[in-house]
Design a protein around this ligand. Structure first.
Ligand SMILES: [Zn+2]
Ligand SMILES: [Zn+2]
Length: 165
């Protein structure tokens, strides 16, 4: 069993991991957990405890991550990636238990702020594929930006011509 490496003691939350988890597996979690910790600190969101699962059988299906909002703790299993970290943060920070439109809106905002390029594209695409509410929110936002852009443009011209007399 791995002993706790120094990076695992550097977070704003206490990190524990599955008994028997090899050190090389724990090491693969450093980047994702550091990403989560940096954002928690930046946004001043308190998380007390994180538990990372591990199964000797890699084919065992399990959850990506889970957040116990009231206890301010999270557990992760297969979700060793930034999009899972943001998914759980959206539950924790805003106290949203369901995968509803409100949660999806907050998560889409988090994607925009903390992901770029291909990572952002993939996170958005996966979210829309996996959650109906997210697909609706994304569709609504796209429609809004498509109609609002030309309107803003017209207004700008009208105002501009008046003030420049
Ligand atoms: Zn598990
Ligand atoms: Zn969730």
């Amino acid at each position: 069993m791995a002993s706790k490496p120094s990076w695992a003691k550097s977070f704003s939350f206490t990190l524990d991991f599955e008994r028997g988890m090899p050190g090389r597996i724990l090491a693969t979690w450093e980047d994702s957990l550091r990403f989560l910790d940096n954002i928690l600190r930046e946004r001043k969101v308190q998380l007390y405890h994180v538990f990372v699962h591990w199964h000797p059988d890699p084919d065992l299906t399990h959850y990506c991550g889970v957040t116990y909002i009231d206890e301010r703790r999270m557990a992760f299993c297969s979700g060793n990636d930034k999009s899972t970290m943001l998914h759980e943060l959206a539950h924790l920070e805003f106290g949203l238990h369901e995968h509803d439109a409100k949660w999806a809106g907050k998560l889409i905002d988090l994607h925009q702020k903390y992901l770029t390029g291909k990572e952002l594209e993939k996170a958005d695409a996966d979210l829309v594929k996996d959650y109906k509410a997210a697909a609706k929110v994304m569709k609504r936002r796209k429609a809004r930006t498509e109609t609002s852009t030309p309107k803003r443009h017209r207004q700008h011209h009208r105002r501009g011509s008046k003030s420049r007399v």
